[in-house]
Design a protein. Structure first.
Length: 188
């Protein structure tokens, strides 16, 4: 039996609204949804300033793409741990306001996520069966319904076998899950 939580659709929508209430409301979506038949449509924008169709399509895809590229060879627990760090960055006011901007974030000329340098991975099309499988155990982390133990505040991670520069010394390691070590800033 798979170790994940099944969440009713109503709870998922409620959690999405809750998560979005933690950040300033996005600008209303002005695109023509009729031209995007691949978008999951829940009808009109059911919450003013909260474009459900755009959020589920773009933001969740950015999230899944990042988790996949950072931890595809990890166990479910390892993938959930990487997902937790992404979620923690999303709810933090110290990082960009949306998931895709978090993934594309740079410090100078260096991407926060090294795989972003590789064009073929950035443009990788995730097949529907991969999205469906990952969603089974990552949706609850994405929506803040499930929190990975010990990673409640972690906002950084790296492969444990990769030597970081001196900046990593300013962080406190809080957990090792699979091949990744997870960190938070000291004093946070």
């Amino acid at each position: 039996m798979k170790p994940y939580i099944t969440i009713p659709v109503g709870l998922l929508l409620w959690a999405l609204v809750l998560i979005h209430s933690l950040k300033p409301a996005p600008k209303p979506y002005t695109g023509d949804l009729a031209k995007k038949p691949d978008v999951l449509s829940l009808g009109e924008d059911i919450y003013e300033g909260f474009p459900v169709e755009k959020f589920i399509d773009r933001e969740y895809e950015c999230f899944l793409r990042a988790v996949y590229n950072e931890s595809y060879s990890e166990s479910i627990q390892g993938q959930q741990a990487v997902a937790q760090v992404l979620y923690n960055r999303y709810v933090s006011r110290k990082f960009p306001e949306d998931m895709c901007s978090i993934i594309w974030q740079r410090t100078g000329r260096v991407f926060q996520f090294p795989w972003m340098r590789e064009r073929n991975k950035r443009e990788l099309v995730l097949e529907q069966h991969v999205i469906d499988e990952m969603s089974e155990y990552l949706a609850s982390v994405y929506m803040g319904v499930y929190t990975v133990p010990k990673l409640e505040r972690a906002t950084y991670f790296k492969r444990c076998d990769v030597k970081g520069d001196s900046w990593w010394n300013s962080l406190k390691m809080v957990a090792k899950i699979g091949d990744h070590c997870f960190y938070l800033k000291r004093g946070e």
